[in-house]
Design a protein around this ligand. Structure first.
Ligand code: ARG
Length: 430
């Protein structure tokens, strides 16, 4: 066993240690690059207030940069013996440069160290999630443009309702994803404050250059009250997972629709062959497993969110319970990212069967149009509604394209305003 940062000479139970560390060192492997970056900023900050000499600072920064390069090359592997990444960094510094390494932890605690590493990781993950959600929205916008006027039935309660279009259907996902990106952006702003310098959660008796450290790490500002940032752990993560949930909830609806549209009896779409899987026993099968797992992704994120929320039930100050917010946060973000990364290519590969969709728009789908037309001619709508209801069985076949064109109010199938959607999307991407 390597010596713990907090070792004071007494005996420590090995089983207890394994229990408290659990998989934390594996999760910390992913935080290591961020932890090293934050440690460099911390060291420079300490030198600015005279706590470290320039020589010590240079030795520490040089070694931390070497560690970062080794980590990048996959050569810095944490083990269970390290307890966590924070301990591993200090141990490596002490092993390589001795006394200067022993000074790195002046004025900080693992409590603010893990907070800052998580926030740096989360900022990157949220940025990628916004990027992927935007890429998915762009693919759906292209589909909406390509098939703007392609008729398909619109359903309520899974019952045929009125004529709709592929463009209209696709545009609904564009808007849903664009809303989700707004939520991601708002969440990012919460994450974008630097908690480093709060130490164990109550500040420290040094005039730390917190603003300078925050700036070096690219944060928009400082997370002011250390007790607030310490106890934000879990609250911020829940918000992050809620934002990720919003992305995958929109994708879940898409996945559900696609699995229905691909069902043999409807057969409105065919998935790209490369996006289907086979059956081990039924030679003819091309299964939409991918769509089903994209649907299930939402449950994974939701479970992670519930796990994190349930941990936010603590009095003021750091508690080791908070360590358990790390796993579900990473799991939820990984799931949302993996799912959203697939979206553009899936959408690009969709092939719609216009013939089958047109045939599914049966005469009764025009009943609402008919009732409204009569109302426009002066018959009170309720009366028109009843008249049309009485002759449903004998309604003539309608013209789906004309029905779509006639729905001209803003956002409706005849007035999709795709350029407005595109502008909103591009504004977000800036
Ligand atoms: N692995 C710990 C966590 O994620 C690091 C902080 C440990 N702090 C402590 N006081 N034991 O919360």
């Amino acid at each position: 066993m390597s010596v713990r940062l907090w070792d004071k000479g007494g005996a420590t139970d090995a089983q207890m240690l394994r229990y408290t560390s659990r998989d934390d060192w594996q999760l910390d492997q992913r935080l290591l690059a961020y932890d090293l970056r934050a440690t460099i900023a911390h060291v420079r900050g300490l030198a600015r207030i005279g706590v470290l000499s320039e020589t010590e600072r240079d030795a520490l920064v040089r070694e931390l940069e070497v560690l970062a390069a080794q980590n990048e090359a996959g050569e810095l592997r944490l083990t269970e013996d390290d307890e966590d990444g924070h301990s591993a960094i200090e141990a490596a510094l002490v092993a390589r440069i001795g006394d200067a390494g022993k000074k790195v932890h002046t004025g900080r605690s693992r409590n603010d160290q893990v907070l800052v590493a998580m926030r740096l990781y989360e900022r990157d993950a949220l940025d990628e999630l916004a990027e992927q959600a935007t890429a998915g929205a762009r693919a759906l916008l292209d589909l909406a443009r390509r098939e703007a006027e392609t008729p398909m039935p619109g359903y309520t309660h899974l019952q045929r309702a009125v004529p709709s279009s592929v463009g209209y259907w696709a545009a609904s996902f564009v808007e849903g994803l664009t809303d989700a990106v707004d939520v991601i952006r708002a969440t990012r702003a919460l994450v974008d404050r630097c908690p480093l310098g709060g130490a164990a959660g109550f500040g420290v008796n040094l005039p730390l250059d917190r603003a300078g450290v925050a700036r070096e790490l690219g944060f928009a500002g400082v997370a002011l009250n250390p007790l607030a940032s310490q106890t934000s752990r879990g609250i911020i993560e829940a918000q992050i997972l809620a934002a990720a949930w919003q992305v995958v909830a929109v994708i879940r609806r898409l996945a559900w629709d696609l699995s229905l549209f691909a069902m043999s009896e409807l057969a409105f779409i065919r998935l790209p062959e490369a996006f289907t899987t086979g059956s081990s026993i039924m030679p003819q099968k091309r299964n939409p497993d991918v769509v089903e797992l994209m649907r299930a992704a939402c449950s994974v994120v939701q479970g992670a969110l519930a796990e994190v929320q349930s941990l936010v039930a603590l009095p003021s100050g750091y508690h080791r319970d908070l360590q358990l917010t790390k796993g579900p946060t990473m799991r939820g973000l990984d799931e949302a990212l993996a799912t959203s990364r697939l979206l553009p290519r899936l959408v690009e590969g969709l092939a719609f069967d216009r013939e089958r969709m047109a045939r599914a728009i049966t005469p009764e789908c025009f009943a609402t149009d008919r009732a409204v037309e009569l109302a426009v001619q002066g018959i009170p709508f309720r009366e028109a509604y009843r008249n049309v209801a009485a002759e449903i069985a004998s309604l003539p076949a309608g013209d789906a394209a004309a029905s779509l064109r006639a729905r001209v109010s803003l956002g409706a199938p005849g007035n999709l305003a795709l350029d407005d959607l595109a502008r909103r999307l591009e504004r977000q991407a800036r």
